[in-house]
Write a protein that binds this ligand. Sequence first.
Ligand SMILES: [Fe+2]
Length: 111
Amino acid sequence: MKAARELLITGLKNPHAMERQPEEMVEWQAERMVAVAGDEVLKNTFGSNALEHFEITAYKSLLAMADRAGIAMRSVLEQSLREEERMARWVDRHVESLTLQYMQKEARAAA
Ligand SMILES: [Fe+2]
C-alpha cells in the first residue's frame, strides 16, 4: 500500500516540525515574566496548549495511517503520543499559576 506509506511519511514530518519544547518555553516565560509585555505570557501559554493538542491529534492520525499501511511503528508513535499528552498536562497544570503571576504583575504595575 504505497499511497498509505507516502501519506504516513508526510504526516510524520508535521508534529516534529511544530515541536518547540513548550515546557521550556513556559518556564522561560515565567522566569522573565517581568520583561514580558502585557498578556504575551498568557497568549503564549494558550498557544502551547493548542500546539500540544494539535500534536496529540496528529499522532493519533499517524497511528491509524501506520496501521493501515502495515508499517510496524505503533510503539514509537504511542511513545510520542504519551509524551505530547504529558506535555499537555504540564501546560494545563501551570495555566492557573501563570495567570495569577500575570495578574500580580499587572496589579504591581498599576499601584
Ligand atoms: Fe509537544
